[in-house]
Structures are given as structure tokens and as C-alpha cells.
Design a protein around this ligand. Structure first.
Ligand code: DOR
Ligand code: ZN
Length: 351
């Protein structure tokens, strides 16, 4: 059925998980998010993380100044939780909409997480406050312990941290970000949507761990949580195809300069902003589930965050869309996901 569909009109999507970075990189990457998405949750893991209201206001201003004037884009800011975050800072920031949510990075779990949380019990008063005020907690869900196999860290995190957390704070709104496993899909589904939801990236839907080693090691496919076995990829694809409202769009677009991706200690992250939306369309089409595209891209997220669904619409048409090879940033480049490849869906208008 869906292979005969040539045009799809949906409410303008939002991206509930993006990294825009700062300065030169921000200026180069921001327009891709603005082109496809009305709002985006902005991750706070800058080199100098966004840990308070003042930093957040300044960063938000920079984002808005860097955005193309034609895009009416709304950045939704988040606070990076540390062992020293003050509940009052969050309460104030949330009440004034300076912060929409707070991000929990386990210590040393990914890019710029050296000031992340060592033990979740260090932030009990912060979590109590968030539960009381209804502020969402966004989680990078991996148990960080060198003795745990990297492929098992997400499932382990559910057992050792997330499930006890849910029991201790049943009314805390939680988004388990960029889920990658069937264990996560199963766990999320059986919990109340008002309090637990998950984002899923295009790369975890399109790829599995074999792709990372296909024809040689592929540093551009290195991201965290790491790509998993095909059975997990299949579980993610099925989760979105059933239209379950627990799952929504969060691309985890994460630009890094080429030199940092191919370094001996290469950075984790996939810059997918130029192709993320059209990649999701491709997956929904392959799964014969285009009827659920709008709920995943444009409805489930706002429902979870208690925000209005966008009024504007976008039209996606069956027309080849070539992804650029790279983007110049100073003397370096950023190479996007699907660099140089062609997808068979495009936006009808340039917007
Ligand atoms: O691959 C990733 N890149 N995963 C993350 O959790 C962080 C992100 C980044 O900031 O580069
Ligand atoms: Zn991320």
C-alpha cells in the first residue's frame, strides 16, 4: 500500500533531542534543524555545560541569533545536572520556562560528561523537586562500569537505576533518550505514558552493529549508546510501526569535526540533521506504517511534554533528495549521516 503513496502532509515535527554545539559549529548546523523542525530540545553538554539559568539564557540567545530568519524555530532548553545542582535553580528555571527539562548524564558516559552524576543518590533532593513541579528528567540510560559489556549497558541501567528510580519517584516524568534495545522497548511500553516515554534515533532504526564494521571500521557510525544487534534494531522498528505513543522523534543529531571523528580516540556522535526527518519517513515506509508517521514526529512528543501540537504543516513528497558530502567549518568539515547518498523523499517546499 505505502509504496503507492507519493505525498504526505503532516503537522510540522519537533525534534526532542538535538546537540547544536556552540560558536562556529552552531552557526553551520542550526539551519538543518530549523528547516525540518518547529521546536527542539537542546542538549546542554557543551564544553562548558549549561548548568544554570544564566548560561541557558545566553545559549538560547546565541541559538536564535544563529538561526535563519525564515525559520520560526523555538529552542527548548535543558539543564545539565551535576552533583551540585540546586533544586531552587531548577524550580526557578522551570517556572520561567528557561528550562523545559533537565538532563541526567552518568559520569563519563559520553561527550562532555566528566561532570555528570556519579551516583543517582547524590541528586535525591533535585529529583524530589522535579517530581513535585512536573519537570521532565531526560536520561542517558547506560550503566557506566568498565566491567559491564558495552552492549549490555542500557539493559543493565534499566535494572539497576531506572526501575528503582521509577519506584522511588513514580510521578517523575522521565524520557529514556535514544533507546537501542528490545529490553528498553518492552520496559517503556509497560509503564504509564504520562511518566515514562522514549526517543528513538534514525540511525538506530536504520542500522545495526554490523554496519559499524562493514568494509572496515566506520568511525562515522560510532555513537552512544552504541549500535546494537539486528534483533534490537528490529524491536525498535516494530515499536514505532505500531503507533505506540510512548515513542517519539529524537534524532540525537550530534555534530563533531572530521578531525575529532577520525582521531585515535574518536568522538561518539552522528550528525543527522540534514536527513533525520526523511530517514524516519523511509523507515515508516519500509515498515508499511506511514499512517503512524505524524504521531511519532509531531504528536506524541508534545503530548508527553504537555505542549500544543504545531498548527503548521509540512508536505513530504516522493522526490530524490541528495545529502551533501560534507559541510565546511573553518578549515575542517563535518560529515553528515548518509553523506553523498540519496533518499527518495524530500520536502515539497524549501521553507
Ligand atoms: O553519540 C552520542 N553523541 N551520544 C551521546 O550521548 C552524546 C552525543 C554527543 O554529544 O556527541
Ligand atoms: Zn544526545
Amino acid at each position: 500500500m505505502s509504496k503507492f503513496i507519493k505525498k504526505i502532509k503532516i503537522k510540522k515535527p519537533d525534534d526532542w533531542h538535538v546537540h547544536l554545539r556552540d560558536d562556529d559549529i552552531l552557526k553551520k548546523v542550526i539551519k538543518y534543524t530549523g528547516k525540518f523542525y518547529k521546536r527542539a530540545i537542546i542538549m546542554p553538554n557543551l564544553d562548558d555545560p549549561i548548568t544554570n539559568c544564566l548560561k541557558s539564557i545566553a545559549y538560547r540567545d546565541k541559538i536564535l541569533k544563529s538561526m535563519h530568519v525564515n525559520y520560526k524555530f523555538q529552542p527548548l532548553m535543558t539543564c545539565y545536572l551535576t552533583n551540585f545542582t540546586k533544586p531552587k535553580e531548577l524550580e526557578f528555571g522551570f517556572s520561567k520556562k528557561i528550562f523545559i527539562a533537565a538532563k541526567y548524564y552518568p559520569n563519563f558516559c559520553t561527550t562532555n560528561s566528566k561532570t555528570g552524576i556519579k551516583k543517582i543518590s547524590n541528586i535525591t533532593s533535585v529529583l524530589e523537586c522535579m517530581e513535585n513541579i512536573g519537570m521532565p528528567l531526560l536520561i542517558h540510560g547506560e550503566e557506566i562500569n568498565q566491567n559491564i559489556d558495552i552492549y549490555d549497558r542500557e539493559a543493565k541501567f534499566i535494572e539497576t537505576t531506572l526501575d528503582p528510580l521509577r519506584k522511588k519517584f513514580p510521578k517523575l516524568k522521565i524520557v529514556l533518550e535514544h533507546i537501542t534495545t528490545k529490553e528498553s522497548v518492552e520496559y517503556i511500553k509497560k509503564n504509564d505514558f504520562n511518566y515514562l516515554a522514549a526517543t528513538i534515533t534514525p540511525h538506530h532504526l536504520m542500522l545495526n552493529r554490523n554496519d559499524m564494521f562493514s568494509g572496515g571500521i566506520q568511525p562515522y557510525l560510532y555513537c552512544l549508546p552504541i549500535l546494537k544487534k539486528n534483533i534490537h534494531q528490529k524491536a525498535l522498528r516494530e515499536a514505532i510501526s505500531n503507533g505506540d505513543k510512548h515513542f517519539f522523534l529524537g534524532s540525537d543529531t550530534a555534530p563533531h569535526l572530521h578531525k575529532n571523528k577520525i582521531n585515535v580516540l574518536g568522538c561518539a556522535g552522528i550528525f543527522n540533521a540534514p536527513s533525520s526527518l526523511l530517514s524516519y519517513v523511509k523507515v515508516f515506509e519500509e515498515m508499511n506504517a506511514l499512517k503512524h508517521l505524524q504521531s511519532f514526529c509531531s504528536e506524541n512528543g508534545p503530548k508527553f511534554y504537555n505542549m500544543p501540537i504545531n498548527k503548521e504543516t509540512i508536505t513530504i513528497v516522493k522526490k530524490p533528495y541528495k545529502i551533501m558530502k560534507n559541510i565546511k567549518v573553518g578549515r575542517d568539515t563535518i560529515v553528515p549521516f548518509l553523506s553523498g547518498e540519496t533518499l527518495n523523499w524530500s520536502l515539497e517546499n524549501k521553507y
